[in-house]
Design a protein around this ligand. Structure first.
Ligand code: 2HG
Ligand code: ZN
Length: 478
């Protein structure tokens, strides 16, 4: 059990951090008590905003000694309530947003070192200025921060070619639960000295320490890029199209995102300025992005040629390649606005799941059928990263029902049902969003015992007082 922060601890933190780093004003704290989806709401007596890793060490040491819980927070874009404080109001929010300096960029090492509070879009800009790029992107790039991306092993829309954060983080600086500083920033490509703390901290959801900075791998800037949209009849044809394009242009493919007709319809309804990309509506669509290195022939030309061949084989019904950067952006906006459009449409159940890539088309159809058979009128929106075997299998309440009431009464049963199907298919109930508080119970129910035992042992070894983001990922012992 954690302790409530005492008045003397709060006064101590106040004098340590000063007015820019410490507030108890409810108006300052309010925006950080609720998650982006508006699904979780917590309470906290103070918001701590340290300026540097030394401040974080001092905070963690003091909270550790007092047994007070800390909830690290970056851009507050978690889909699973991972950065929302608990409702009992006993935990302190530790915001990394003030630590927003890019410490260094080396184009000869292809490494950018950024503090935890740097926003992803700023990492992108800095990399471009150095004539490089950081190849991880997601819809929340304007608010998601480096610390959160590391702590959730974020994925996004370029995993197909470059992998998730785990493949892009070379080193980490973090404050561990005992207040010590792990100085693991690194430009090394190879470092084989036993257990890797970096790997433990990536995806730990703030339960093993506070990430304060990370060294990120950069790749060369593309010579040109091409973005296309294709309409097709089924997810299986979509996957066949991907494999056919890989055969023709291989490595050039960076993104291959699946968009069903109902997700596109939500975007067209709720997102101002959104326009359908093809003349007809298709049951399924894919957004494809390819790049060509400098000096190679234009990406749009080779994607257009390859898509033309695939169309002739019946692997798409219709397709368009963006003719300009603004058309390319408009196509991406359709894809990246799905979460926002879904949120505007009302509450939904989110299931961020993976199965082996080859099994995904069949899984989507079978799971949709099974869910709608059990829950007449429930609406499945399955979209996302087909090429990674990861879709967001979201479920909306039947029309004409009170969505919030339906989600409360039916939601847990629907989610367990879907997670059982995923587990039976050898999949994961958390492909990219993490476990957070939303899936903690389901994770405990579905995870292999050995996996849970080892994770609890690691947690107990590093954070014996359970001060780091309690209630997330691992709950109630095992
Ligand atoms: C995406 O792929 C994000 O757009 C969010 O992971 C998915 O809103 C969702 O369910
Ligand atoms: Zn996603």
């Amino acid at each position: 059990m954690n302790s409530k922060p005492s008045e003397s601890l709060l006064e101590d933190l106040d004098s340590l951090l000063g007015p820019r780093g410490f507030t108890r004003d409810p108006r300052d704290i309010e925006p950080w008590l609720t998650d982006w989806r508006g699904r979780y709401r917590g309470q906290s007596p103070a918001l701590l905003s340290p300026a540097n890793a030394r401040d974080v060490q001092a905070i963690v040491s003091r909270c550790g000694a007092a047994g007070v819980a800390i909830v690290p927070q970056g851009g507050n874009t978690s889909m699973v309530g991972g950065a929302t404080p608990p409702a009992h109001g006993g935990a302190l929010i530790l915001s990394l947003r003030r630590m927003n300096r890019i410490r260094s960029i080396s184009s000869s090492d292809n490494v950018l070192t950024a503090e935890a509070g740097v926003i992803l879009a700023h990492v992108h800009d800095a990399a471009v200025q150095a004539r490089r790029r950081f190849p991880l992107s997601l819809a929340a790039k304007g608010s998601a921060t480096v610390g959160g991306l590391v702590s959730t092993n974020a994925g996004g829309t370029q995993v197909l070619r470059f992998g998730p954060m785990r493949s892009l983080v070379l080193g980490i600086e973090a404050v561990l639960p005992d207040g010590s500083l792990y100085e693991g920033l690194s430009a090394l490509r190879k470092d084989n000295r036993g257990y890797d703390l970096r790997e433990l901290l990536i995806g730990a959801e703030g339960t093993l320490g506070v990430v304060t900075a990370a060294s990120l791998r950069l790749v060369s800037a593309p010579g040109s890029r091409a973005v296309a949209w294709a309409g097709l009849p089924t997810p299986q044809v979509a996957l066949d199209l991907l494999r056919d394009l890989e055969r023709q242009i291989g490595e050039a493919i960076e993104s291959f995102e699946l968009v069903p007709a109902n997700a596109l319809a939500l975007v067209l309804r709720h997102i101002p300025g959104a326009r359908a990309p093809l003349v007809a509506l298709h049951p399924w669509n894919v957004l494809i992005e390819t790049v060509a290195p400098e000096g190679a022939s234009d990406a749009a030309e080779s994607l257009g040629g390859a898509l033309g061949n695939s169309l002739e084989q019946g692997l798409a019904t219709d397709a368009v390649v963006a003719a300009s950067e603004s058309q390319a952006e408009a196509l991406w906006r359709l894809r990246e606005s799905i979460s926002e459009a879904e949120r505007a449409d009302g509450p939904a159940l989110k299931h961020d799941i993976s199965v082996p890539v080859s099994a995904m088309p069949q899984f989507i159809e079978a799971a949709r059928h099974a869910v709608t058979e059990r829950h007449d009128g429930a609406r499945v929106i399955a979209f996302g990263h087909l090429g990674d075997g990861n879709v967001h299998f979201n479920v909306q309440a039947p029309r004409e029902t009170d969505a919030a009431a339906w989600l409360t009464s039916e939601g847990p049963g629907v989610s367990s049902f879907i997670y059982d199907m995923v587990t039976a298919a050898g999949g994961s109930i958390s492909a990219e969003h993490g476990i957070g508080q939303m899936k903690a119970d389901e994770y405990r129910r579905t995870a292999p015992v050995t996996r849970l035992n080892v994770q609890h042992a690691i947690k107990a070894a590093l954070d014996p007082r359970n001060i780091m983001n309690p209630g997330k990922l691992l709950v109630h012992g095992n």
